[in-house]
Ligand binder design. Sequence first.
Ligand SMILES: NC(=O)c1ccc[n+]([C@@H]2O[C@H](COP(=O)([O-])OP(=O)(O)OC[C@H]3O[C@@H](n4cnc5c(N)ncnc54)[C@H](O)[C@@H]3O)[C@@H](O)[C@H]2O)c1
Ligand SMILES: CC[C@@H](O)/C=C/C=C\C[C@@H](O)/C=C/C=C/C=C\[C@@H](O)CCCC(=O)O
Length: 265
Amino acid sequence: MKIPGAVVIVTGGSRGLGRAFSVELLKRGARVCVADINETEGRQTEAELQRQYGADKAFFVKCDVTKEDDTKDLWRVAVERFTTVDLMVNNAGIMNETLVEETVQINLMGAMRGSMLAFEHMRRDRGGKGGVIINVASTAGLFPVFFMPTYVASKYALVGFTRSWASNPCQARFGVNWAVLCPAFADTSMLSVALDGPDPPLVTYQENKEQVIATVKTIGINSVDDVSRAFVELVEKDDNNGAVVTVEKNMGGAVYRFVKNPNCL
Ligand SMILES: NC(=O)c1ccc[n+]([C@@H]2O[C@H](COP(=O)([O-])OP(=O)(O)OC[C@H]3O[C@@H](n4cnc5c(N)ncnc54)[C@H](O)[C@@H]3O)[C@@H](O)[C@H]2O)c1
Ligand SMILES: CC[C@@H](O)/C=C/C=C\C[C@@H](O)/C=C/C=C/C=C\[C@@H](O)CCCC(=O)O
C-alpha cells in the first residue's frame, strides 16, 4: 500500500517496535493512532510525535487490547478523528512465561480482536475501502523455542490465524490483505528485561542458561531499525497478502515468504 496519506492504528505503540513503526509511517506521510495500555509512555510518545510531525498527524489512545470495550473505543476514536483506517498493526505483546493467561490474552486474543475490528471496518463487500492488517508475531511463531513455550504458542496461533484469513478464497472480494511480521530477537525492552534480569521470566532458564544465551547469540539480535525496515517494505508491497516476513540478524535479515497456499511456507 501507499503510505503517504494512509491512516494507521498501531497497538503497543508507546515504545519499542510499535513506536518505531509509527515513526517510519509518519516520516512517510501517514497519520498514526498510537494505542497502548501504558498511558505515561503513550502521552510522552504522542507529544514527541506531534512535535516532530504535527498535531494533526499523530495521537494516543489508551487501550488495553485484552478489553473488547477498549478496542472498540480505540476504533471509534480513530475513525472519528481520521474518518477511515487503512492499516491496522497489531503489535502489542508481552514475553513473560510466568503470565500464561495474560500472554495468550494480549499476544493472541488482543491481536485477533484488533484484526476482526479492522476487517469489519475495511472489507469492501460491506462498504469499506479495503486495507491491510499486519500482525506482529515472531520467529518464535514459526519455530519452537524451549524457554518460552507459552509465548511460542501465542505467536504460532497468531501466525495461523493471519495466514488462514490471507488464504480465504473470498480475500480479493473483501479487499483486505493480511500479513504477519516475524522478527527474531530485537533490541527493545522486551529483550533486555528478559535477558538482563537476575531471573528472566523463562522456562527452565536456571537449568539451561547457557543454551538460552547460545540461542540468542546464534540467531543474533536485530536492531529496531532492522525490524522497522522490514516492516516498511512489507507495508509498501502491494501484493503483501499472505506474506510471512522473518527478520533474523545472523540469518541474512529479512526474508519474505508469500503464503498463497496455506499448506506451504
Ligand atoms: N523484542 C523482541 O525481541 C521481539 C521479537 C519478535 C517479536 N516481538 C514482538 O514485537 C511486538 C513489540 O514488542 P517490543 O519488543 O516492542 O516490546 P515492548 O515491551 O518494548 O513494547 C510492547 C508494547 O506493548 C504494550 N502492551 C503490553 N500489553 C498491552 C496491552 N494489554 N494492551 C495494549 N498495549 C500493551 C506495552 O505497553 C509496550 O508499549 C510484540 O508483539 C513482541 O512479541 C518482539
Ligand atoms: C532470551 C530471552 C527471550 O525470552 C527473549 C525474547 C524476546 C523477544 C521475543 C521473541 O519474539 C523472540 C523470539 C526469537 C526466537 C529466536 C529463535 C527461534 O525463532 C528459533 C529460530 C530457528 C531458526 O530460525 O531456524
